[in-house]
Design a protein around this ligand. Structure first.
Ligand code: FAD
Ligand code: UDP
Length: 371
């Protein structure tokens, strides 16, 4: 029987941070297993035959205000600085998302936009982020009109496609990720650090795993090896319900069918991401050469068709932030707390809609805890 100090299930960002820390700081041996054929989990990218770096599991832009997380990842990569800018097609026009003061002038006649700008800034202040669900509570007639417009044109259709429900049926933090912005900042994120690993995410992942104390086994499910490996600690970054054989029920996820297209031309769309709240059955169209500013004769675009997660059919992409799911997760969490030397982390292990920086922060904190 193989013996290892630490077994890590999942070679995504969570598992890689834990492996790297255990090897580098504690000088311990680590075995990382992943059932996928590659490292990196959902941040995996690769060079398409056009020469463009493509994100297999959808567009990933790193952003954080956390200097500790930024400094940590900076040990494994140089950065291509990149401020993300997203547009949505609303009534046929490409409009800044988050919807901001400039968006007002794109969709409304100037006199109406001017009045709405004055009211918005008067009520919420300049350069503030206002979740759409909060804006809908405004008691001013003009602001209510604006809220209804943005709700219907930006959120309703997109959220129906993405989640199959209305924005108000999800935890407010979901639509709150893309608030109405009472300023002219047209970036998707306002974080201090925003960038993409200059050599791609997979290269960063390879460097994180370079310590000879770390062994990685791909195409390997935890279930296959759990009785063949002796370990002192287990770090599980797979789905927590699956760990317990779904005995309390299944935690739902949303999945994506991401369709890639290659075009024989230098450029396809006006920017890296165009959202389609109203048109088509996909939510967004992403053109990858913008991310690392790559030059190529061809271009690669993906369209995301959301669908429910079904075991054996597609992948778990998004935990579904609804009350009943939090409650079920809480019950699994209680069972997990009863286990010795078994630690759960990550988007699947914690059933949380973590961005990459939150994923890294959580793994670093977990490492500190076990010290
Ligand atoms: P994962 O990457 O899911 O890794 C878990 C790994 O565990 C998987 O590789 C899986 O195969 C493996 N596994 C599971 N069960 C088992 C088992 N039983 N045996 C063996 N292996 C197993 N974040 C940002 O900050 N910016 C973005 O722009 C951004 N865009 C995103 C876009 C999309 C479409 C998605 C889905 C996520 C996005 N994220 C973004 C979030 C980011 O992907 C996550 O924060 C991060 O990848 C989570 O890492 P993880 O290791 O927790 O999970
Ligand atoms: N959203 C929307 N319209 C948009 C952009 C976002 O309705 O044009 C809502 C939608 O519910 C989405 C959520 O805001 O799932 C979060 O968007 P984000 O871009 O952060 O999603 P992710 O990149 O994580 O898929």
């Amino acid at each position: 029987m193989e013996k290892v100090k630490n077994l890590i299930v999942g070679c995504g960002l969570s598992g890689m941070v834990l492996a790297e820390r255990l090897a580098a700081k504690k000088k311990e041996t680590v075995l990382v297993v992943d059932r996928r054929p590659h490292i990196g989990g959902n941040i995996y990218d690769y060079k398409d035959e056009s020469g463009v770096t493509v994100h297999k599991y959808g567009p990933h832009v790193f952003h954080t205000n956390d200097k500790k997380v930024w400094d940590y990842l900076s040990k494994f990569t140089d950065w291509h600085y990149f401020m993300y800018r997203v547009k949505a097609v609303i009534d046929g026009r490409e409009v800044n998302i988050p919807f901001n003061l400039d968006s007002l002038y794109k969709v409304f006649p100037a006199h109406l936009a001017g009045r709405l700008e004055e009211k918005l800034v008067g009520k919420f202040g300049f350069n503030k982020k206002v979740p759409i669900l909060d804006l809908r509570l405004a008691n001013d007639e003009d602001l209510r009109f604006l809220a209804q417009y943005v709700y219907e044109k930006v959120f309703l259709g997109y959220t129906a496609k993405q989640w199959g429900v209305k924005p108000e049926d999800l935890d407010p933090s979901v639509s709150g990720r893309v608030p109405v912005y009472t300023g002219r900042d047209d970036r998707y994120f306002q974080d201090k650090y925003q960038a993409i690993p200059a050599g791609g995410y997979t290269k960063m992942a390879r460097i994180m795993l370079a310590d000879p104390r770390i062994k990685v086994k791909l195409d390997t499910d935890f279930g296959e090896i759990r009785n063949q490996v002796r370990y002192e600690r287990l770090f599980y970054t797979g789905p927590i319900d699956e760990f317990f054989d779904f005995e309390l029920g299944e935690l739902p996820y949303r999945s994506l069918n991401i369709r890639f297209k290659r075009f024989e031309r230098a450029c396809y769309q006006s920017g890296p991401q165009i959202n389609f709240p109203e048109n088509y059955d996909f939510t967004r169209s992403v053109e990858y050469k913008y991310y690392l500013d790559e030059q190529a004769a061809q271009t690669v675009v993906s369209e995301e068709y959301p669908e429910p997660y079904v075991t054996g059919v597609n992948e778990r992409y998004y935990p579904v932030p609804e009350k009943k799911n939090h409650e079920l997760y809480g019950r699994y969490r209680q069972k997990a707390a009863g286990l010795k030397n078994v630690y759960f982390a990550g988007r699947l292990g914690d059933y949380k809609y973590y961005n990459m920086d939150e994923t890294v922060k959580r793994a670093l904190e977990l490492f500190e805890e076990i010290k």
